[in-house]
Write a protein that binds this ligand. Sequence first.
Ligand SMILES: *Cc1c(COP(=O)(O)O)cnc(C)c1O
Length: 219
Amino acid sequence: MNIAENINEIRKHLPSKVELICVSKFQSDAAIMQAYNAGERHFGESRVQELCGKYERLPKDICWHFIGHLQTNKVKYIVPFVTLIHSVDSVNLLHEIENQAAKIGRKINCLLQIHIATEENKFGFAVDELPAVLQQNNFSNLHNVNVCGLMGMASLTDNQKQIHDEYNCIAELFTTCKQVFFENKNDFTQLSLGMSHDYQLAIESGSTMVRIGSSIFNN
Ligand SMILES: *Cc1c(COP(=O)(O)O)cnc(C)c1O
């Protein structure tokens, strides 16, 4: 199947309120343009340099999502154009985004990444750590950062129940945070969960954004 057919096939299985983020990391400009010509406008990248090159070369109506680990010294390169940073994994990083965004008068939408997978190499706040972080830091006071939800990755496993449990756990944390820490904030609404092999489970858990790469680009 080609890229356009893959996208249409995936869209058939997505409820209308779930947004498809087409993960284009490591993909050529030509492959991205095939997805673009199939109507896709939301693309996800995980490396700053690769993202900046693609932003320069590709159509300016693309909405770029940053989904990888972001080093504070590279924030300034993506802040001028990024649509949503899914992978905020420290308070320090959030403050750097605030600083860089303030310099250019933008407000950057961000998600807090939750570490739930059993793998050590994944980044993010632990589930039982986040409430204390939100207690100590009133993110609603930031002017140039808009914290609009949570993001997470499940463990790399074939165990469907484990994946479902992990996604449900993040979804519960999301509901709690919304009630306790973001009750006056109408735009704490996004739950970025799900990749090619597990997005159906993520949607069952309440995902509002799925990040899909290999099922679109056949690799
Ligand atoms: C690569 C990546 C994806 C997409 O994974 P696929 O299995 O290719 O769909 C989603 N989220 C993050 C954070 C990624 O790094």
